[in-house]
Design a protein around this ligand. Sequence first.
Ligand SMILES: Nc1nc2c(ncn2[C@@H]2O[C@H](COP(=O)(O)OP(=O)(O)O)[C@@H](O)[C@H]2O)c(=O)[nH]1
Ligand SMILES: [Mg+2]
Length: 297
Amino acid sequence: MTDILPNWYTQPDRPTAITRQGPDGRAVRISVIVPCRNEGRNIRPVLEWAAPYADELLVVDGHSSDDTRAIAAEMGATVLLDNGKGKGDALRVGIAHASGDVIVFVDADGSHDPRDIPALVQPIIDGAADHVSGSRMLGGSDELHATINQFVRLFGSQVITLSINYTQGVSLTDSQNGFRAIRAGLARRLSLQSEITTIEQEMIIKTVRSGYRITEVATHEYVRSNGESNFRVLDVWFKYLKNWLYFLFIWRPPKRAAQNISTGSQGQGGNNTEETVATPSSKLSAPGEQIPKASSR
Ligand SMILES: Nc1nc2c(ncn2[C@@H]2O[C@H](COP(=O)(O)OP(=O)(O)O)[C@@H](O)[C@H]2O)c(=O)[nH]1
Ligand SMILES: [Mg+2]
């Protein structure tokens, strides 16, 4: 019997730069979308470190009353305004405006390390995935269960993740992370509806239920640099419950999602990379299978 080597032994190094060329040789453009509200104390280093990976840097502001928008403009980002409804609304505004082939979402509060962007986007560029979610369960988080609030969030998030796994035959570890990359054409095709942070689970559930390939890479979540989270469990738990049950059990993917369709990016730089539809067995690459876990930084 041949011995099996540990996963990490045969994994390629975690990418630190983006190879912006798909298997078909076409150039791939990256749009980085940063939702923010009153992040003037946090956004500068995030944009500074995300910019080198971005062909387009979009900051979607939630009508901040501080200098967030001025800083973003000074850092060279295109600044958009959301409709004042929440983070989900902001992401939808960003998606509608993005001209790249691959979209990356990065929070503005310093909780995501932009150096993880290459690991998130490369599987999509290489044609191995349509949607790549950062996983705090694989990469760790500074804020999982130090307080009751964090514990409740983690518990709710894990129940939702488990329910997705058991009903859809995948093996995700995190369904609520805001740090993710997705083909731009797929992001538009999912017709996202969430106004608040439920957009993260909506994106994942719709991706999986439509048969697209989702995978995870380890990303560490840091404590936000300054200020406080906008998330209040008591205010949003019912919206989470409704959104989760609706998209997991009632919503049906549109028929067209079951065919091979091109990304059809809007605006300039549209790349015609095919969005392949996964067979059930290839829906999810097991964590650590195609993608290396977080290497030491
Ligand atoms: N544009 C916009 N961004 C928001 C809104 N609410 C939160 N954000 C941003 O979304 C990201 C995550 O929000 P945060 O408050 O840190 O929530 P948490 O990470 O879930 O605890 C941060 O970059 C926020 O500034 C909003 O209503 N509009
Ligand atoms: Mg945060």
